[in-house]
Design a protein around this ligand. Structure first.
Ligand SMILES: [Zn+2]
Length: 402
């Protein structure tokens, strides 16, 4: 009996280790093909081989190709240590689709990162390809939402609003995007961050030229209103970046996305400033900041608020049409390969040339001075708010409005 028990224990252990490594329902050839892709990605990332990495990605998904080439460019620019991918299990979705549980690990600045997530794999013309983070899909009119199972109901609830936002943006910017709009709804903030750039800080939304819109969606914490706000911000990026052929300076891109995020955000700079406690930056100061390298939340918020205020200032003084004209003129400049943060130096140069022509002012220095001159009259508000509280500031507002 003891021998039989021992034998049974061995069989059970063998079976359980088998099912852990090679889940049933997935035959061995499929398992091997996907395991090879996982190993290949880990190797190409470790040695920074962009060309070979792009070859293992779904060739039919151009958006994924752009996303991953931006992702790899970031890894090459800011290398990580001990990058590894571990295959934890595979599940078949349909005839040609699989999802695999992966553990991605790496070290940066002596900190260790470990993330478990699902990645998709597709069989196309007899070959397997990496299809990026795994999502289910819902498509209606001009919007495709990619979501995780938990967010299925939310995706169904918001897709009409997303189509409305899309139509509003077409009217506002006078263009139709070249590709259908894809919104990826992540439910894990760290998975979202690691899918954008390993060097980045955590954010709730992301858009880069040619990529999908990416959002953090927690069904218990995000109302459709909040989601609409983030999508509105990212969709403004999509349309304005596309209208300028990708040649839009980082601060102005964020300024426009913040300004058009909600109707409340579309106010003159004076009114906006009254609602925000912020240290004002000059245009030279905001242009010297590399947003993605900031870690201090206060500084990040200062950047967005100032970009928003300067954009509101430009719209109040020169009109919304000047923004449309500006984006059109920017699109005549040569497009660059890579992300906004990589090319922002060029984009700022383009802006410095185009803005004075469009606003009919002598040069970019004049615009910088106009913003500076606007600043001192309001700096006192900020000082009073911070030093003497709301009451003194409100008194001064009454005085000034009279
Ligand atoms: Zn933004």
């Amino acid at each position: 009996m003891r021998k039989l028990a021992l034998l049974m224990l061995i069989v059970v252990l063998a079976l359980s280790s088998c099912s852990l490594l090679k889940p049933e329902k997935v035959d061995q050839d499929v398992y091997r093909a996907i395991a090879d892709l996982v190993d290949a990605k880990a190797e190409f990332v470790s040695i920074g081989n962009m060309e070979e990495y792009l070859k293992i990605l779904n060739p039919e998904d151009k958006e994924l190709q752009i996303e991953q080439s931006n992702w790899m460019a970031d890894v090459k620019q800011y290398p990580v240590d001990d990058y590894s991918l571990e295959l934890l299990g595979i599940e078949q979705i349909d005839e040609n689709s699989y999802k695999a549980r992966l553990r991605q690990s790496y070290k940066r600045a002596s900190e260790e990162y470990n993330l478990e997530y699902y990645n998709a794999y597709k069989l196309i013309h007899g070959n397997f390809y990496d299809a990026g983070n795994y999502f289910e899909e819902l498509q209606k009119e001009n919007i495709t939402i990619k979501y995780t199972t938990k967010n299925k109901k939310l995706a169904e609830d918001i897709i009409d609003d997303m189509n409305e936002l899309y139509d509003e943006n077409i009217k506002r910017w006078g263009i139709t995007p070249k590709r259908p709009v894809v919104i990826k709804m992540f439910e894990d903030i760290e998975e979202l961050r690691q899918s954008i750039k390993l060097s980045m800080w955590q954010c709730a939304g992301w858009y880069e030229y040619g990529e999908s819109i990416k959002l953090l969606i927690n069904p218990s914490a995000n109302s459709p209103d909040k989601i609409g706000r983030v999508v509105s911000h990212e969709m403004t990026h999509l349309f304005t970046v596309e209208k300028s052929a990708g040649n839009l300076a980082y601060w102005l891109s964020e300024g426009l996305a913040s300004y058009y995020e909600t109707p409340d955000n579309r106010q003159g700079p004076g009114q906006l400033y009254k609602n925000m406690r912020v240290k004002l930056l000059t245009i030279d100061e905001i242009e010297a900041i590399e947003l993605e390298k900031l870690e201090d939340k206060q500084k990040i918020s200062e950047y967005y608020t100032n970009a928003h205020l300067i954009t509101a200032f430009m719209i109040e003084k020169y009109g919304e049409d000047s923004i449309i004209k500006l984006l059109e003129e920017l699109s005549n400049y040569p497009s660059k390969v890579g992300t906004t943060s990589e090319n922002d130096g060029y984009y700022r140069e383009y802006l410095h040339k185009v803005l004075p022509e469009v606003l009919d002012i002598q040069d970019y220095e004049v615009f910088k001075e106009e913003w500076k001159r606007w600043e001192p009259s309001l700096a006192l508000f900020g000082w009073l708010r911070l030093c003497s509280g709301e009451y003194a500031a409100s008194l001064l507002e009454v005085y000034c409005e009279v």
